[in-house]
Design a protein around this ligand. Structure first.
Ligand SMILES: Nc1ncnc2c1ncn2[C@@H]1O[C@H](COP(=O)(O)OP(=O)(O)OP(=O)(O)O)[C@@H](O)[C@H]1O
Ligand SMILES: [Mg+2]
Length: 322
């Protein structure tokens, strides 16, 4: 009964003025080393947020805080207006199982289970799993996994494994998908495939994705881009991102138009044209605007802090992100 009371607020209608996630003034140190200083941003429903930063800068740590796995030293995270800092363990577990789907760089599939069994696995922890099998079958169809559903992970290609992992992440119909370097272990064609799948989940499924990545193809579909440098988190525009990475999105990606904070790209080469993926859909700049402005201190939430604390603006950050 007490456990049910803990999760009751999840079933309340949520305040439409509240963003899906509100991250406020997060500070985190490991020992004496600051990992996050005054991190603040809002995430609106149905948007893609990417997080970039050098290896060891704290990106995975930030995902851990958002998902309630890690407690910051200071600051608050609100999910639909509810302060996660007050949640007990059961409520946090429920949140992670039902409201968040995780996608990892190395897929993390169970080798003794078929693709279909892997997909359906998180639903076995879901007490409201009526109709899950039907939903899983529909999803397998929707994600184009029908042919491989009875294969074991070690017989699947990297791209197929990641598609299965994405299906597993959304089986419980979560609001938020957290992905940590989801294309880090994929070839070009599979990475584009996953990128397109993420777009589909946002554009058709209304899902919210928070993706740690250094893949420019993923960055190119973001509604908001956060960059972590020296424990300071800033939103960065497309031009600032180019300046950070040294002026080029890399081979195979050419910028044809620059939106507000969001690059629009053409992908060149065989992999892209084989998939027919020529032009990335114009990302909804308005969404980015509202995501960055609603309740967040400014378009660049921590830009001032960055100048003050680190003594430099994002544009002056010269090191290559990973
Ligand atoms: N539990 C912990 N105790 C102490 N230090 C930690 C702990 N977890 C992470 N760190 C350190 O915090 C820093 C940030 O780690 P994190 O894994 O978030 O980096 P990252 O940006 O995800 O790096 P990568 O791109 O390599 O995955 C690293 O230097 C790491 O060694
Ligand atoms: Mg990491």
């Amino acid at each position: 009964m007490q456990q049910f009371l803990q999760i009751l607020p999840f079933f309340k209608k949520h305040d439409p003025n509240e963003p899906l996630l509100r991250v406020e003034n997060i500070h985190l140190k490991f020992g004496s080393r600051p990992i996050l200083q005054n991190a603040a941003f809002n995430v609106e429903k149905g948007t893609i947020v990417v997080i970039t930063g050098k290896s060891g800068s704290g990106k995975t740590t930030l995902l851990g805080i958002i998902s309630g796995l890690l407690r910051p030293n200071k600051g608050r995270v609100f999910y639909r207006g509810h302060n996660m800092m007050f949640w007990g363990d059961f409520r946090k577990s429920y949140f992670r199982n039902r409201r968040i789907g995780f996608v990892f760089q190395f897929f993390n599939l169970l080798s003794d289970y078929t693709a279909f069994e892997n997909i359906i696995l998180p639903a076995s922890f879901n007490p409201f799993k009526m109709g899950i099998s039907k939903r899983a079958k529909e999803m397998v169809e929707y994600l184009g996994l029908k042919k491989i559903r009875n294969q074991y992970p070690d017989t699947l290609s990297g791209g197929e494994r990641q598609r299965v992992a994405v299906a597993r992440a959304i089986i419980n119909n979560p609001d938020i998908i957290l992905a940590d370097e989801p294309t880090g272990n994929l070839d070009d064609e599979s990475a584009i495939d996953i990128r397109n799948l993420f777009k589909k989940l946002r554009d058709e499924g209304g899902k919210t994705l928070i993706i740690v990545t250094h893949d420019h193809r993923i960055v190119s579909i973001a509604d908001m881009h956060l960059h972590l440098d020296n424990a300071i988190l800033n939103t960065v525009s497309h031009d600032e991102w180019l300046s950070i990475i040294g002026g080029s999105m890399g081979p195979g990606i050419e910028i044809i138009e620059s939106g507000e904070g969001v690059p629009h790209v053409i992908e060149k080469g065989a992999a892209a044209s084989a998939k027919g993926a020529k032009v990335a859909k114009k990302a909804p700049a308005a969404k980015a605007k509202s995501a960055a402005s609603k309740g967040a201190p400014a378009k660049k939430p921590a830009a001032k802090a960055a100048k003050g604390a680190a003594g430099k603006s994002v544009k002056k950050v010269s090191s290559r992100s990973k």
